[in-house]
Design a protein around this ligand. Structure first.
Ligand code: PMP
Length: 427
């Protein structure tokens, strides 16, 4: 049993020694001390079904034995920076990762986070095109450094610092958007931004396939092909941010963009790539990758042996345990059950997403779609008491984010939906 510091002591230390900007879920926060596959355990040994997976960070399951073994073996041998010497781990993982991407996307740069990956992608696009302007989609989240904060398009994640050359296009939001599911109509805004907001030439377009932080919003079909066409006509590169939707999560495909029939020029990833390890990556074509040889470029811990050995183990587990297929089968089953729940409870305005990246939006009135901000907190707290952890997000904070480890089972899906059903009934 766990004998370490408990909630009160941790809260005291946090308030004295950690950033006052740190936040947590639940009225009474959880002190998580152990994890095993799709379960998390608190300080009293109480087990919770984890349907959030550390924000889609854990893909093969908490503390998956194969990944742990790879990390431990590499740690015992060597952990350092791979900037000035050779080591096989970074090369092996780059080769395996490149094999998962289509077309000419074959050159990998490793980083330590999603923010770093997107910063690098934006810089490469600017260098390659000689342009500065970038178009991102409203309601997107791409990171919190100067460049990526500019691309992020939700006021609650934006500080008042200089964020230049960023344009935010109409969100192809199938639930609240003006054009419903007609992606091409929303994409006209990308063309108009180029025509009226830039010189006619742009560096890049960056977008998630399913907005994660934004509340699990899958871009309307037809949007990405049309937006990519406008951007490429203006000389820009297309960047797919796969930080949440990548790594088999959507079930139907390994990468989120694949469901939209496009091939990006640059793909960025993080979170699931390391099953909890701090690692991110940018994958692009040999031609675009060359821009970084104009100067010296390195990242001290990007691609370090331990994280890349862990990443390679993650890819092997995804294949060995057929987790993409599981995400499709269990995800489709779970979505069906959530849709049934929507018929029962008026407060559920929308059920959406793909595979094991699902959203449930709560509204107080289906016609006005007024966000049920207070109600979602109560349901979330109740579900925690029943032993189920779900995430929360969306611009109004009224969307359940369901992004469990991909080893989630149908029984887990039933338990989640039953507990949500009961919690909503108690409102
Ligand atoms: N892109 C997306 C789609 C994300 O969801 C996030 C993190 N929520 C990021 C980028 C930034 O990743 P990180 O927090 O690792 O910097």
């Amino acid at each position: 049993p766990y004998t370490g510091p408990r909630i009160e002591e941790i809260l005291r230390k946090r308030s004295e020694f950690l950033s006052p900007s740190m936040f947590y879920f639940y009225k009474k926060p959880l002190n998580i001390v152990d994890g095993k596959m799709q379960y998390l355990y608190d300080e009293d040994g109480r087990r919770y079904l984890d349907a959030f997976g550390g924000i889609a960070t854990v893909c093969c399951g908490h503390c998956h034995p194969d990944v742990i073994e790879a990390i431990i073996n590499q740690t015992k041998r060597l952990q350092h920076s791979t900037v000035v010497y050779l080591n096989h781990a970074i090369a092996d993982f780059a080769e395996a990762l490149a094999s998962k991407l289509p077309g000419d996307l074959k050159v990998v740069f490793f980083t330590n986070s999603g923010t770093e990956a997107n910063e690098l992608a934006l810089m490469m696009a600017r260098l390659y095109t000689g342009c500065h302007d970038v178009v991102s989609v409203r309601n997107a989240y791409h990171g919190n450094a100067a460049g990526t904060m500019g691309a992020t398009a939700q006021s609650n994640w934006k500080f008042n610092i200089v964020q230049t050359g960023m344009h935010h296009a109409l969100n192809p939001d199938q639930y609240r958007g003006a054009f419903g599911s007609d992606g091409e109509k929303y994409a006209k805004d990308v063309q108009e931004i180029i025509e009226f907001g830039t010189s006619g030439h742009v560096a890049a377009f960056i977008s998630e396939a399913i907005q994660g932080v934004g509340g699990i919003l899958e871009l309307a079909p037809g949007y990405l092909p049309a937006a990519y066409k406008s951007i490429r006509k203006a000389g820009g590169l297309c960047i797919a941010d796969e930080v949440q939707s990548g790594f088999a999560r959507t079930g139907s495909h390994f990468w989120g963009f694949e469901a939209h029939g496009v091939v990006p020029d640059i793909v960025t990833m993080a979170k699931g790539i390391g099953n909890g390890l701090p690692i991110g990556a940018v994958v692009t074509t040999p031609e675009i990758a060359k821009v970084l040889t104009r100067r010296s470029y390195f990242n001290t811990f990007g691609g370090n042996p331990v994280c890349t050995a862990g990443g390679l183990a993650v890819l092997k587990v995804l294949e060995k345990e057929r987790l993409q297929e599981n995400a499709l089968v269990v995800g489709s089953y779970l979505k069906g059950r959530l849709e049934n729940l929507q018929e029962k409870h008026d407060i559920i305005g929308d059920v959406r997403g793909r595979g094991l990246m699902l959203g449930v939006e709560l509204v107080t009135d289906r016609r006005s779609k007024a966000p049920a901000k207070a109600e979602i907190l109560r349901v979330m707290d109740q579900m925690k008491e029943m032993g189920v952890l779900v995430g929360k997000g969306g611009f109004y904070g009224n969307v359940f984010r369901i992004t469990p480890p991909l080893c989630f089972t149908k029984d887990d899906a039933d338990f989640l939906v039953d507990s949500m059903d009961l919690a909503i009934s108690k409102l």
